[in-house]
Design a protein around this ligand. Sequence first.
Ligand SMILES: NC(=O)c1ccc[n+]([C@@H]2O[C@H](COP(=O)([O-])OP(=O)(O)OC[C@H]3O[C@@H](n4cnc5c(N)ncnc54)[C@H](OP(=O)(O)O)[C@@H]3O)[C@@H](O)[C@H]2O)c1
Length: 255
Amino acid sequence: MNSPKKVFITGASSGIGEQLAYAYAKRGACVGLAARRAELLKIISDKCSDLGGKPIPYQLDVQDPEACKSTAEDFIRNAGGIDIAIANAGIGGDDGLFSGSSDQINAILNTNILGVTNSLIPFIPVMKNQKSGAVVCISSVAGFLPLPYHGGYSSAKTAIRMIFDSWRPTLQKYNIKTVTICPGFVDTPIVKGSARKFPMKSAEDAAESFVRVIQKGTFTFIYPWPYRLLVWLVKLMPIRIYNWMIKKMFSKPIT
Ligand SMILES: NC(=O)c1ccc[n+]([C@@H]2O[C@H](COP(=O)([O-])OP(=O)(O)OC[C@H]3O[C@@H](n4cnc5c(N)ncnc54)[C@H](OP(=O)(O)O)[C@@H]3O)[C@@H](O)[C@H]2O)c1
């Protein structure tokens, strides 16, 4: 793929999605910016224009499949096609394990799994016909680690990685890349409370790295590199030892 010209990003109103929008705008791309907070999208859109991009903002809730489909159709019509679709929108939070209600965990599962399939699948037929493109999901290092109190978040991030692993051989036949990005802590508003004590990369640096790996078509990218070591160590660790260790580390939800 040459320099991408048409890039659609969900969760573009903040954090990693916002910085991805600027990174592609600087490269002169037409960027579809989707999120619920329209007022933030307007500000980010103006900045994308200043950087030399062609932004198209969309107020969108990724939990709504019909809205995702019509938004994708509108972007394809206005941008003249699609090169890269990035499912970045996501929410954090704990499961509400003792709340007596499944609302909290279900909101996380809906946004972080169905939000990904809702926003990417409408682009795939066009990519198949043109025999090019890339679909990208922002998973997480948490998808390799069953984090106490955060089963919804960890499992959603594992699920989307698995969906991408399943799609990859099929989509490769049509020259469509499937890139799973698994960040560790990146300094954005999703990282709250005690979690902010962990070392964090800036969202700007993260976005620049992600643009490069998307261009290369890397299958699964764990960022930054020390987390690769952590993931590898956890894979080798017997579950009883992991359980004992993690119980000591997390006595309450990361808020
Ligand atoms: N920062 C980290 O340390 C880290 C680590 C691993 C993975 N991640 C993943 O990276 C992605 C981006 O997160 P971030 O760190 O940039 O956090 P963020 O600054 O909180 O951004 C989250 C974005 O998702 C959007 N969003 C949430 N629910 C949505 C919905 N229902 N429909 C449409 N948009 C929605 C938000 O926009 P609106 O509220 O305006 O809709 C916002 O733009 C997430 O998938 C997150 O899980 C982050």
